[in-house]
Design a protein around this ligand. Structure first.
Ligand SMILES: [Mg+2]
Length: 296
C-alpha cells in the first residue's frame, strides 16, 4: 500500500458514547460531588433551572457556575484533585468496567477481514459532564479522546468554564472525530473532501440514552452512520427511546447492559460487521479501479 492510500484507507471505526445514562446510570455530578458535599439534587437543579428561566443562562453554563459560586462551594471549593478522586465513585452499567472493551477488541481480532484490511476500533466520549471527573474514571484508558465541560483551574480551583458542551454543540465534536482534528485549537470549518476524512460517518456508531442525544444521532444517521439508543435495564423502555426509534434518530435500542451476551452487544457486533463488510467492499472496489487506471 502506498503512503498516500494508507493515509486515506478509512479503515478506522469509531464508537462514540454519551456518558450519563449511557455508560453510567444517573448523573456523574450527583454520584460524586453531590454525595460528597451532601447536596440535595432537587434543590441544586431547581436553582440551576431558575438561572435559566430568570436570568437567561444556558443550561450547562448555569450548573457550571453554581459549582463555583454556590455558598457550599464558596466555603469548600472543588479542586482538580478532589474531582479526580471523586471519579472513583462513578457507577457503571453492567459490563462496562468488567471486560466490555477488551471483549469487543477480542471480537474484532477474531474476524479475518479485520486483519486483511488493517481495521482498528477507537472509542470516544462526548459528555456535558465534567472532564476532570471523566479523566479520573477507571475506564479512561479505553478512550482515544474524551470531550466534556472543562474549567480553567487556577491554583487547583475552578475559576471559569473554558469549554461548555451541551446537546447541540455536541455535534461539533462528531465532526472533529470525522475529520481527525481532535484538538480544539484545530479549525474544523474548512471543507475536507469525504475521501480525506479520517473516520467517515459510515464507520461511526453513536450510543446515547436520551433526548439530549437527538442532535448527535441525527447528524450521525443523516451522514450515513449508525445510532443505538440505550436505557436503564431496571426500567421499562422510556418514551424518549421509543420516539428516537420511531422518528428514525436511532436504528436500534437495547437495555444498557454491556456484558458479552446482552442484546446491546449483539446489536453492536452486527453493526460492526456491517461496517467491516462495507470497508472490505470499498477497499476491493478501489483495488479494481486502481488496476484499471494503471492498465488503461
Ligand atoms: Mg445521557
Amino acid at each position: 500500500m502506498s503512503k498516500e492510500s494508507e493515509k486515506n484507507a478509512q479503515n478506522i471505526i469509531a464508537i462514540v458514547y454519551d456518558f450519563d445514562g449511557t455508560l453510567s446510570p444517573g448523573n456523574m455530578q450527583e454520584e460524586t460531588i453531590f454525595k460528597a458535599y451532601g447536596i440535595d439534587k432537587k434543590k441544586f437543579w431547581a436553582k440551576s433551572q431558575s438561572m435559566v428561566t430568570r436570568k437567561g443562562y444556558e443550561k450547562t453554563l448555569a450548573y457550571l457556575k453554581l459549582l463555583i459560586d454556590d455558598p457550599v462551594f464558596k466555603k469548600r471549593p472543588l479542586t482538580k484533585h478532589k474531582l479526580r478522586e471523586l471519579a472513583k465513585q462513578v457507577p457503571y452499567y453492567p459490563g462496562v468496567n468488567e471486560g466490555y472493551f477488551d471483549q469487543l477488541n477480542e471480537f474484532l481480532r477474531s474476524l479475518p477481514e479485520v486483519h486483511e484490511t488493517g481495521i482498528t476500533l477507537e472509542h470516544y466520549i462526548i459528555s456535558s459532564g465534567l472532564q476532570e471527573i471523566l479523566d479520573g474514571v477507571s475506564i479512561r484508558k479505553y478512550f482515544k479522546k474524551i470531550y466534556a465541560c472543562e474549567y480553567d483551574f487556577q491554583r487547583g480551583r475552578p475559576i471559569f468554564p473554558k469549554l461548555v458542551i451541551n446537546d447541540t454543540n455536541k455535534t461539533q465534536f462528531l465532526f472533529r472525530i470525522n475529520k481527525g482534528k481532535l484538538k480544539l485549537s484545530e479549525s474544523i470549518n474548512e471543507h475536507m473532501p469525504e475521501r480525506e476524512r479520517r473516520i467517515p460517518f459510515r464507520n461511526m456508531i453513536y450510543v446515547g440514552d436520551g433526548i439530549t442525544d437527538v442532535p448527535s444521532m441525527t447528524v450521525t444517521q443523516k451522514a450515513g452512520g449508525n445510532a443505538i439508543a440505550v436505557y436503564d435495564p431496571a426500567r421499562r423502555v422510556p418514551r424518549a427511546v421509543k420516539a428516537m426509534v420511531a422518528e428514525h434518530r436511532a436504528e436500534h435500542f437495547a437495555p444498557a447492559d454491556f456484558r458479552s451476551q446482552s442484546l446491546f452487544v449483539k446489536i453492536l457486533r452486527q453493526t460492526l460487521k456491517k461496517i467491516i463488510a462495507s470497508i472490505v467492499y470499498r477497499s476491493s472496489a478501489e483495488r479494481s479501479s486502481d488496476w484499471v487506471r494503471r492498465h488503461m
